[in-house]
Design a protein around this ligand. Sequence first.
Ligand code: GDP
Ligand code: IMO
Ligand code: MG
Length: 430
Amino acid sequence: MPAVVVVGTQWGDEGKGKIVDVLTEKADYVVRFQGGNNAGHTLVINQKKYILHLIPSGIFRPQTTCVIGNGVVVDPEVLINEIEKLKKEGLNIDSNKLMISEKAHTIMPYHKALDMARENKAHKNKIGTTCRGIGPCYEDKAARKGFRLIDLTYPDIFKERLKNVLEEKNVILKYLETEPLKFEDIYEKYIEYGKYLKPYLTDVSQVIWQAKKNNKNVLFEGAQGTFLDIDHGTYPYVTSSNTIAGNACCGTGIGPSEIDLVLGIVKAYTTRVGEGPFPTELEDETGNFLRDRGFEYGSTTGRPRRCGWLDLVLVKTAIRLNGINALALTKLDVLSGLDKIKVCIGYEYEGKTIDYLPSTLIEISKLKPIYKELSGWKEDISQIKNFDKLPETTKIYLKTIEDYLKVPLYLISTGPERDNCLIIKNPFQN
Ligand code: GDP
Ligand code: IMO
Ligand code: MG
């Protein structure tokens, strides 16, 4: 029974949630391993849209256990609201359905205040974060000043440490011209959060270990995308966690030999929210077409997403960084109606052609995409379930992608709904 890691190969919002939802028909566990509620994963089931920020995208499948690993940073208020909202939908979210690592760090009010204050002060140097406190929370984790969820269940120890940490945070907030925060307001609230979440807290490493021993299918659901990775992304325009597949191990407490397949999610074009380089960006009518047709507005912040052609060099780099051995292509339907479609197959850099994304912003700023132009198609492809029934030009588009990347396409998503999907191979089925 396989363990499959699902990761985004671009700058996030590739449609990971949709693909995870499709695959969880056959998954027993769905595990988030990094990021926090900066993520927004959209599922459309029977015309109803759900956006999940912290809860793994397997929650709507009756047999699936959802797990939040130690690598995730949890805003308890957001998580509790998400649980309550799903309960109102009639879902039973008890401690058998949802398990949360006791080691996961908690996002505190000063993390959000700091994130926002820094973004406001930075003006033209801002990152364009989601202002959810993600960066400051990971900073505190690394600085050993963070609070793990389990800490909220020990009121006395929490009290002493919080006083200490808050003193320092208020000095920084003052420097950033932001109101200081009151100890009492935070303490009381977080103790209540601790009580609410306690039944869900567990040792996730043991849960997954046991699941694998019992031959269960485990799916690790990545958040963000490869080029938002803190080490391998377009630094500093990145998020604050490792988003690549290797972090499925650190973020849950399992070893690399436990992973059987890495499935990369590729949007049929490219998008990015927030600041940072984007070699194939289109600031023209075609970019607007992709934004309108693909409804490219952030699931978390509602910001319009920047849009551009599919960058195969970027995806190829992602294949290397993640060890991707299967691909799912999403939003192919969005391209219907275009006369010509371009894909980037190389970069021109200082007179040479390169086929990887360089490490520095200076180098990236000098890249000129080299495009291959393909014919488009006009047909509505959203209901097609058989590869052979796709228009010829669509097949050529797909073949161009596979030939360049040399990794097989397992799934092709042709619409937001669960059943708008052409499954060539299901990683959980032989
Ligand atoms: P994620 O963060 O990677 O899970 O992606 P998001 O949910 O933020 O953004 C993907 C958006 O595209 C959502 O609105 C999905 O409902 C939608 N979507 C996913 N797959 C498809 C598809 O194949 N076609 C279309 N038209 N929309 C899709
Ligand atoms: P999903 O999981 C797209 C971007 C932000 C910003 C940068 C840093 O839905 O694909 P942060 O708040 O993480 O410190 O912001 O990262 N970003 C995302 N962009 N999809 C996401 O998640 C993202 N999560 C963070 O826009 O540019
Ligand atoms: Mg998203």
